[in-house]
Design a protein around this ligand. Sequence first.
Ligand code: NCD
Length: 305
Amino acid sequence: MPLPFKHLLSTKQLTRADTEEIIRVASVMEKVRTKGKSDLLKGKVLAALFYEPSTRTRLSFETAMLRLGGDVLTAEGIQFSSLYKGETIEDTMEMVGQYADIIAMRHPEQGSAEKAGSASRVPFINAGDGPGQHPTQALLDLFTIQKECTAIDGLHIAMVGDLRYGRTVHSLSYLLGLYKNLRFTLISPTELTMPEKVTSFLSEKKIPFAETTDIAAGLSADVLYMTRVQQERFADKSEYERLKLQYVLTEPMVKGKKVIIMHPLPRVGEISTDVDALPNAAYFRQAGNGVPVRMALLAMLLGKA
Ligand code: NCD
């Protein structure tokens, strides 16, 4: 089933049927990946434009395209691009669409993805727009939750850390809004609580949520989704220093518990390395899941799935 849209800008545009189909295709892509390579996207070119730092998202987009037989063009760092000279995002899209068949872009400005999507002649994927959205991360998070917990309906999800600036928790909350009987615990310093637009969405969807500063409230959830305090969004660096390590998950806190521990990565101290050996530490498996999910999205948006 092709996706009923050309660009992936936000998880708010997805229906449950879309997410289920993406997860289904991603499971098929997992098998393709284990076999090595396919030539499904032979002759197609992905432009990966990363105007903000990225390791996982960029590399997993690129390997996803390469494993499907396609090719990749990469541009990194705003200071090396025409955007730095003052070119508009719209003009950049118009031009890149003449070089590539599909575009993935990360940009520091919230709303940049909407602008890019409105100007792009080829399918466009938001790979993170400032503190706004990160839809492909949310889809790989959902794929991970489904694999680790077998079902998504009925789960208790705890989100911890920088819920204000963390785009992954925004996108994931909207996506989980498509599922039934969920319950959220939102754990953050009072300065970094979930934006009102997300909590009002949860209320609209009648998803019960509790807001607290106490991480203990999340340790018996089904999923504990840890996040990094987003240093790059703080104008006042002393404020970042004050808030950065309010929550540090250590092995004794979760050992023997069934809670699945996730993190979009990079971690900068929020999960101590002694947690890594626990069977419920899912964050590296989660990062690996980025490849089949992005393979699925590239193939589906190019009409080849
Ligand atoms: C996240 C991001 O860029 O929003 N990283 C990622 O894509 N895996 C999370 C983060 O940087 O904290």
